[in-house]
Design a protein around this ligand. Sequence first.
Ligand code: ZN
Length: 330
Amino acid sequence: MKLFSKIGICGLIIMFFSLSQINEAQSWGFWAHKRINRLSVFTLPPEMIGFYKSHLEHITEHAVDPDKRRYAVEGEDKKHYIDVDVYGEYPFDNVPRVWSEAVEKFSEDTLMEYGILPYNLEWMMGKLTRAFEEQNLKRILRHSSDIGHYIGDGHVPLHTTVNYNGQLTGQKGIHGFWESRCPELFATDNYDFFVGKAIYVENIRDKIWEIVLESASHVPEVFAQEIRLTKEFPDDKKYAFDERGDILLKNYSYEFSEAYEKSLDGMIEDRMRDAILNIGSFWYTAWVNAGKPDLNRLGELALTDEEIEEQKELDNKSNGGKIKGRDHSK
Ligand SMILES: [Zn+2]
């Protein structure tokens, strides 16, 4: 009550408005996606690293384009997740790893309803490999950035469950809490991002499912620790109010976030590290499979006016727009 009287009726309205928007979830958050894509460049072998480094800003900035496209393109949101637990139990052997077999078993409508992340990733690898074969600079950059994003999403446990935002267990907000709030608070100072060198992936499909299954294996812990700590932290300690200009935002408090991050025993750091290494490894694998083209001969990136306009439109639509499909924060 003390807080209410302090901020007055105006503040209250703003506060409740922002309550529904707690932790806008954008899959790993924009910050983490950019960081992950950027760091993946440094895992690459000498024949690739020069090219990727010269496009470091591009790879970093466009790490979040797939999330922006959710506001502009129908069906884009399905590529960012798979609610694999709707089909059965871990390790989900009953879910066909091959798209055509999965369609036959569950129907395309059902698969689209619950997300197609692993299948889409396999198609994306085909696209990136072809872009390398054709030595098409724009497509190499676009597909590299996009694959970085989708692989990043695949490492987030909450992208593999139907209870993606804790909406079924009274834990609404946990999606953005795990993937945005925690890494933004703790990654820079506490996480070790030296992950070693990219590794050739013999079997892309197996690797994609290994990533998804590992994420899925963490789901119970992600929820259990939040429930356990919620019992220890009364509401006024669990949440804090940040002032952003005139707006008062309700968010998980620093103390609660710290306790949660610690209780997961390095899980968020490990998932980020694995994402970085796997992205580098997928880029490397596509390049090898395309016959190791000489990337230093690809020249400079020159966008047409139309492409610049398209990007602007994407930025505008995602700024304050509405997602066409699932919003992880709702
Ligand atoms: Zn995403």
